[in-house]
Design a protein around this ligand. Structure first.
Ligand SMILES: Cc1cc2nc3c(=O)[nH]c(=O)nc-3n(C[C@H](O)[C@H](O)[C@H](O)COP(=O)(O)O)c2cc1C
Length: 179
């Protein structure tokens, strides 16, 4: 039984990225368990908080520690990494010496209504995670452009081509985790 932590980088409702993330994890077989890592209530990280007991920090650190792999599905904000995503990366990288990203398998997906699919955010997330030792999936990438057009009114992935593409990604991600 593999355990995957899903981080959706958008705090919006509805969210294109949540829809894409939920579609991907819905492709996983039953022997894969998925934990939704909530990042909206995490206080903004500073190292002064290392000496304090912050329940929301403890919660996400436990979720990430026990995860065999992490799937991040994120929007791009102003050509960069959303603040909430950077915050969870920072929180799980500290206190110094307790970096949970070291050796962690992470796949990154970005989605945007724009033409570039949030690629800047995707590459920035990758750069940050690689700098702290994460094992980032790079052979299978998703930067989903015009992602809004792939959803129906209920914010579900309904476009067949996109669905097929995301199914292939889900399969490649799971095969990589099993390696
Ligand atoms: C503060 C802000 C900055 C944004 N900057 C970008 C951007 O640089 N590139 C882009 O493709 N979309 C940008 N967008 C548009 C988002 O792609 C769009 O809001 C999308 O719906 C976000 O994904 P979500 O629905 O999962 O929140 C921005 C949106 C916000 C709120």
């Amino acid at each position: 039984m593999k355990n995957i932590a899903l981080i959706v980088g958008s705090l919006s409702t509805p969210s294109i990225n949540r829809a894409v993330g939920e579609f991907i994890v819905a492709q996983f077989p039953e022997n894969i368990s998925v934990q939704n890592v909530q990042i909206g209530d995490l206080p903004l990280y500073t190292q002064n908080l290392d000496s304090q007991e912050i329940p929301a920090y403890t919660r996400i650190r436990q979720q990430l520690q026990t995860a065999d792999a992490v799937l991040i599905v994120s929007p791009e904000h102003n050509r960069g990494i959303p603040a909430a995503v950077k915050n969870v990366i920072d929180i799980a990288s500290r206190p110094f010496g307790q970096n949970l990203w070291q050796g962690k398998k992470v796949a990154i997906v970005t989605a945007s209504p724009g033409a570039y699919g949030g690629i800047n955010a995707g590459l920035q997330i990758r750069q940050s995670l690689q700098s702290i030792g994460a094992d980032v999936l790079t052979s299978s990438e998703v930067f989903l452009s015009r992602a809004n057009t792939a959803l129906n009114d209920a914010y579900e992935v309904s476009d067949e081509r996109t669905a097929g593409f995301l199914q292939k990604f889900a399969t490649a991600f799971l095969a990589w985790i099993e390696k």
